[in-house]
Design a protein around this ligand. Structure first.
Ligand code: F6P
Length: 539
């Protein structure tokens, strides 16, 4: 039986009973930003996590707790940081958590993206470890714990924690409310024990994560790495046969659940006028009617963007007959630009683009087009649909949803996918042209294969990849994961759902200030309660 939104809705209804579903992530699914003239715009952030989980929350309902990062977020949320989303047709509640600039710097840029991100990806970017960042990470995990506990109220709840920003959250939640069911999905790779052991707070991180009832990664390999790391770091009992860890009288199951996308969304984003929009885009960027290979990424050093540009260069050097016959278009959303590695990478990609265009281009033809800006889902889907091929050359990636989104955007069964072997997606999309992105010759050959692949071959491969993603879609991922978590829910109690209002109520500055002082007092009270739990050793 196929996994659909309706089937997930039914499963959530029966399996969760009256337990509330609370999703927690750093990134929020809808960001409000001020526009000149006092207007407010709502954007969807770049990155796979929110794109994947939004359809799940639309199906299941519940509350999504996340950092309110937009400069109009406070104006659009109510006094508790609540706003019904999606805008205009709300089906779940977004609870925004407000962070101070210092905490955001230490927790998000510092420990999450300066320590854990490079540590887990192992792409030769050295992680940095600062005690101040670690303190901020602990504080923000406590702040999120307080927000989740507030949302859970007194009733039963399944808390579904996302990613490496919240390694400590599961243990904090369990200490305060042992009856909560806590499941955690780690969206990035887990390294081997030798790599992880350099983290000065390795034990605290592992203990935090073992607070989960269910901890999941994309692949069995990452589960195994995690279990090995726990075995080498902590005193606990490992169940290698059933993949679990018992520590401090609690059991944490460790399971792989490869994430995916909603295969039907692409067509709704494309709309009927996509050909017209594609023609406009081609004209704006001087693409003529040549075949276009596309890359769609956040500008991140794990994505292998300089490597793919080096491969474009290599292709043109080895096959000059291809000059003037195709374009490579990189849509690169700036990301985490407060970190020097990320800022420098935007500059480096722009410089490489210029060098290649100077070297090989002509007044009428630029081989590389680099669009260093944020794209909405409609435009990203358009790029996928109009492309001759999509290039995903990550140096390491837990899954990579760009590859899956590309496949779902091709109901015509056209286009070729060039995919790094070092992504989780490579083990599912075996009909892609699989490459080692560190091997410039191999990657250049793969680009050529994509450009020259016959329509029949494209169809044969694309049909199989589309079936794989249709069968293993986001509803299956969520349905299986939540069913596993729901097995652990105790007797459900009845509780009222908060009311969701359809339109945001946009506030003035003074109203926001008033709300702020109430919010700060509330959070201080909750954070103090959590610190007390800590001090009393209950955690
Ligand atoms: O999976 C890794 C991740 O951090 C996700 O949480 C998110 O979807 C993506 O990368 C984007 O990163 P950020 O939220 O830091 O912009």
């Amino acid at each position: 039986m196929a996994w659909t939104k309706e089937r997930l809705e039914a499963i959530a209804g029966t399996r969760l009973g009256s337990a509330k579903l609370i999703v927690v992530s750093n990134r929020e699914p809808y960001i409000h930003r001020n526009l000149p003239g006092g207007e407010v715009e709502c954007i969807r952030p770049a990155g796979g996590l929110t794109t994947a989980l939004d359809p799940v929350m639309r199906a299941c309902g519940g509350v999504w707790v996340a950092h309110g990062s937009g400069n109009a977020d406070r104006r659009t949320a109510d006094s508790r940081g609540h706003i019904g989303v999606p805008p205009g047709d709300p089906s779940y509640l977004l609870r925004r958590v407000w962070l101070t600039p210092e905490d955001e710097a230490g927790y998000y840029y510092g420990f999450s993206n300066g320590s854990l991100w490079p540590l887990c990806h192992q792409v030769y970017c050295r992680p940095s470890f600062s005690p101040d960042h670690w303190e901020a990470y602990k504080r923000v995990n406590e702040q999120f714990a307080a927000a989740v506990l507030q949302e859970a109220g007194k009733g039963p709840a399944v808390v579904f924690v996302q990613d490496y920003h919240f390694a400590l959250l599961p243990k904090l939640l369990k200490a305060a409310r042992p009856d909560l069911v806590v499941a955690h999905f780690w969206h990035i790779p887990w390294p081997n024990p030798e790599t992880f052991r350099v983290c000065p707070w390795a034990s605290e991180i592992l203990q935090g994560m073992l607070g989960n009832d269910l901890l999941s990664f994309h692949t069995q390999y990452h589960c195994n790495n995690f279990l090995e790391t726990v075995d080498r770091t902590l005193e606990c009992r490992l169940d290698r046969e059933h993949f679990g860890v018992t520590s401090g009288g609690r059991h944490c199951r460790v399971r792989p659940f490869p994430i995916s996308v909603d295969p039907e969304l692409a067509e709704t984003y494309l709309g009927d006028d996509w050909e017209q929009r594609a023609a406009g885009l081609r004209q704006r960027h001087g693409l003529g009617d040549l075949p276009v290979l596309v890359g769609v990424d956040r500008v991140d050093y794990t994505k292998g963007i300089p490597e793919r540009l080096a491969a474009v260069n290599r292709l043109l050097v080895r096959h000059p007959e291809w000059k003037g016959r195709f374009h490579f278009l990189q849509a690169g959303a700036p990301s985490r630009t407060d970190l020097p590695e990320y800022r420098d990478l935007n500059i480096r990609v722009a410089e490489l683009t210029e060098t290649i265009n100077r070297e090989h281009g002509t007044p009428d033809w630029k081989p590389v087009v680099f669009l260093n800006e944020h794209f909405g889902l409609e435009d990203i889907t358009l790029l996928y649909r109009m492309a001759a091929g999509c290039v995903v050359s990550c140096l390491h990636d837990g899954m990579n949803l760009v590859a899956k989104e590309f496949v779902t955007s091709r109901p015509d069964e056209g286009g070729a996918l060039v995919l790094s072997r070092f992504t989780g997606a490579a083990s599912e999309l075996t009909d892609a042209v699989l490459v080692n992105p560190f091997d410039v010759d191999e990657l250049a050959d793969a680009l050529l294969t994509a450009l020259t692949m016959s329509p029949d071959e494209q169809r044969r491969r694309m049909r199989r990849m589309r079936k794989q993603v249709a069968d293993h879609n986001i509803y299956r991922w969520a349905g299986m994961l939540l069913s596993e978590a729901a097995k652990l829910v105790d007797e459900p109690l009845d509780e009222l759902e908060p009311e969701i209002s359809p339109e945001p109520d946009i506030k003035t500055e003074s109203e926001i200030e008033e709300i702020d002082s109430q919010e700060v007092n509330g959070m201080i009270a909750s954070a103090t309660a959590l610190s007390l739990i800590h001090l009393m050793g209950a955690s």
